[in-house]
Design a binder for this molecule. Structure first.
Ligand code: AMP
Length: 212
């Protein structure tokens, strides 16, 4: 299965990606995680991306297109993959089409902006492996520690309220047009993601039933 997850930042794409990935044994490719990793390792790409990411802006298309082109050529993508956070602009979607990869479906997780702002203020991520938690909805077994790797849980700089508002504005202007783009290709599946995680997961798995 070759799947794109679409939705505002904080809509729960990462959590759903983890579940689909375990069920179908295909990798999740999160461009946000790749960029954060590059930033942590101090690579040239990471340094270029830093100011865009910290201010809630999108990193330039050519950087992201290069990352995805290389990543999709790796062996583990042969039987499928889940793209979480890519494409985020029309030029990125066009570049993906140009790579000759046939995407099966684009799953859009819809969550109202007010809910997103409330959720993101409670989100915590693992400093080491990037796993996502929430102070109310998805608590780790041990306070402040990642369940899978015991790394420290921190709030991302770009999860601060002002940056979240900027990221939502960017989402509405630059990423939302992708709904129409993929709807025209007959690939768009929409699920409502404002309820509990389990309820969203049920809707997501139902929507993907015909593809698996
Ligand atoms: P995420 O974790 O997916 O919310 O991504 C965090 C940040 O990384 C975004 O706010 C952007 O600055 C950058 N980023 C991730 N994916 C992309 C993309 N496809 N295009 C441009 N910037 C991206």
């Amino acid at each position: 299965m070759k799947l794109i997850l679409l939705g505002a930042p904080g809509a729960g794409k990462g959590t759903q990606a983890e579940i689909i990935c375990q069920k179908n044994h295909i990798p999740t490719i999160s461009t946000g995680n790749i960029l954060r990793e590059a930033l942590k390792s101090g690579t040239e790409m990471g340094l270029k991306a830093k100011t865009f990411m910290e201010s809630g802006q999108l990193v330039p298309d050519e950087i992201l297109i290069g990352i995805i082109k290389d990543r999709l050529q790796e062996d583990d993508c042969k039987n499928g993959f889940i793209l979480d956070g890519f494409p985020r602009t029309i030029p990125q979607a066009e570049a993906l089409d140009g790579m000759g990869i046939k995407i099966d479906a684009v799953l859009d997780i819809e969550v109202p902006d007010e809910e997103i702002v409330a959720r993101m203020s409670g989100r915590r991520v693992c400093e080491s492996c990037g796993a996502s938690y929430h102070v109310l909805y998805k608590q780790p077994k041990e306070d402040g520690k990642c369940d899978s790797c015991a790394g420290a849980l921190v709030q991302r700089k770009d999860d601060h309220p002002d940056t979240v508002k900027e990221r939502l504005a960017v989402y509405h202007t630059q990423t939302e047009p992708l709904k129409e783009y993929y709807s025209k290709q007959g690939k768009l599946l929409v699920v409502h993601g404002q309820d509990a995680v389990e309820a969203t997961t049920k809707l997501v798995l139902e929507a993907l039933e015909d593809l698996t």
